[in-house]
Design a protein around this ligand. Structure first.
Ligand code: NAP
Length: 246
């Protein structure tokens, strides 16, 4: 599926990103496992990929810093010669009701989730244009589509990613580069583990499938969009949420 392709997933040392990079590796992609603090998780997934006969390496980079993101892409090009698939998965939450939310917490979430994705997209654009091939997939959220009390910063970042995805898709379509977003609903990871049981029960009551999603559900959707066969799909938001929003 991805033989001869090079894939970079941000925030791939754990959670959804980790499953996405594994699935791309299973499809034969050479993988770059970006992490910010999960060094052990990133090294472990590299070993897993190598054990199945694939190629991968871990790369520490804070995507909210443009210089670091640009250097990461330059280093990928040095090592593997090309970059075909970029998945902007890195994300954080700093939840609070708007009245109590600090400017620092607003900025921090926007800097990682929205600007981080912008930095990596901007840095891959030239090489992808040169090779006349690219697949960019931004991991947004159901919260960016329908909103969520206590998450104005996170919702703004994820809604921003959707606007950015559609605009970049229009800019890059003629170069054979597709830009799409995947909007997970509530998926079992560290990010949702911290939710109180009462909130989880409330969430489940709103999900027609009556269960949280798994990281594999998101990885499968990403691989569908990353495949060459998805060449006529761009500027779309694929919602993977058990029917929570339609
Ligand atoms: P998670 O387990 O908390 O993972 C978040 C990832 O983002 C980690 O790998 C983390 O890397 C990385 N990250 C954070 N700041 C970074 C930075 N400055 N530079 C590079 N990487 C950074 O959360 P998750 O649930 O897997 O979430 C993955 C993505 O899916 C996020 O964008 C999230 O908003 C989105 N999402 C999740 C859900 C859900 O229900 N779980 C729903 C909708 C959308 P380190 O650990 O190395 O610091």
């Amino acid at each position: 599926m991805f033989e001869g392709k090079v894939a970079l997933v941000t925030g791939a040392g754990k959670g959804i990103g980790c499953e996405i990079i594994r699935e791309l590796a299973r499809g034969g992609a050479k993988c770059v496992v970006n992490y910010a603090s999960s060094a052990a998780g990133a090294e472990e997934v590299v070993k897993e990929i190598e054990a199945m006969g694939g190629q991968a390496y871990a790369y520490k980079c804070d995507v909210s810093d443009y210089a670091q993101a640009e250097q990461m892409i330059a280093d990928v090009l040095d090592k593997y010669g090309r970059i075909d698939i970029l998945v902007n998965n890195a994300g954080i939450t700093k939840d609070n009701l708007m009245l109590k939310m600090t400017e620092e917490d607003f900025d921090a979430v926007l800097n990682v989730n929205l600007k981080g994705a912008f930095h990596c997209m901007k840095a891959v654009t030239k090489p992808m244009m040169k090779q006349r091939y690219g697949r960019i997939i931004n991991i947004t959220s159901i919260v960016g589509v329908i909103g969520n009390a206590g998450q104005v910063n996170y919702a703004a970042s994820k809604a921003g990613m959707i606007g950015m995805t559609k605009s970049a898709a229009r800019e890059l379509a003629s170069r054979n580069i597709t830009v799409n977003a995947v909007a997970p609903g509530f998926i079992e990871t560290d990010m949702t583990e911290v939710l109180p049981d009462s909130v989880k029960e409330q969430l489940l009551s709103q999900i027609p499938m009556k269960k949280l999603g798994q990281t594999a559900d998101i990885a499968n959707a990403v691989c569908f969009l990353a495949d060459e066969k998805a060449s006529y799909i761009t500027g779309q938001v694929l919602q993977v949420n058990g029917g929570m929003a339609m």
